[in-house]
Design a protein. Sequence first.
Length: 269
Amino acid sequence: MPFAKIDDSLSLYYHIKGDGLPVVFIHPFVMGHNVFKHQEALAERYKTIFFDLAGHGRSTKGNKSVSIAGLADDVKKMLDELGIKKAVLCGYSHGGLVAQEFALKYPERSEALILSGGFSKIDTFIPKLIIKLVQVMVQFGHVSLAAKWQAKFHQCDQEDEKEIYELARLSDAHRSYEYIKSGLQYDSSSQLHKLDMPILLIYGSLEKPMHRYRIPFLKKAPQTQVVYIKNGTHQLPPRSYQEFNTIVDTFLRPLNEYQKKEAGLGRWI
């Protein structure tokens, strides 16, 4: 299995498929790279990069505490290890915070930013309550229960549920807790004006408590595009994958073609 060595105590499992514009997919807490299983179809046009964050899935937990900023640094080091100079960051839910932090810290390495169910800070009651419920589960060592919860909510079919659970249950309780805690404290709202790359926000039409989070992006980064998936929930990458993939491809295809024409694949690898 391929691993990127971040430091002496941390190695990140990764899986790459396809060629073209690199797209890095960043998963939420108590989960692994396979929540993006159905995004492998995008490998027909893009270099799709899936990986497990520190303390999740097949990656080691390392000996340093997990934070949103630290996870963004891990992504940068992984791309360095892979020889990738610039990439699109596609973050789902909490993973979107890592994507934002990466784009803010390393704008020269960020081709575009895609956030599924994205927010610059979480302060809405119901989403925050759900996150805290998972936080309590892992705080008291019930990772298997949290993994079952995540798998149930993210399954497209029974096979998906089983696969998501098998990887999610490998999550380290303490690292998961730190990831959740850091995300609950994260707030990039005052920094959004610094994001000058193309930005895409994707929401399910049914996740109405999340829709308000588009507003700071539209005000401070007016190049932001917002798309809603009809009858979609928060769990868009696995449960509304056909629509999600089409939206991502539509957003990235002009950029992909432009970069090929301007600089060729050599710019990215």
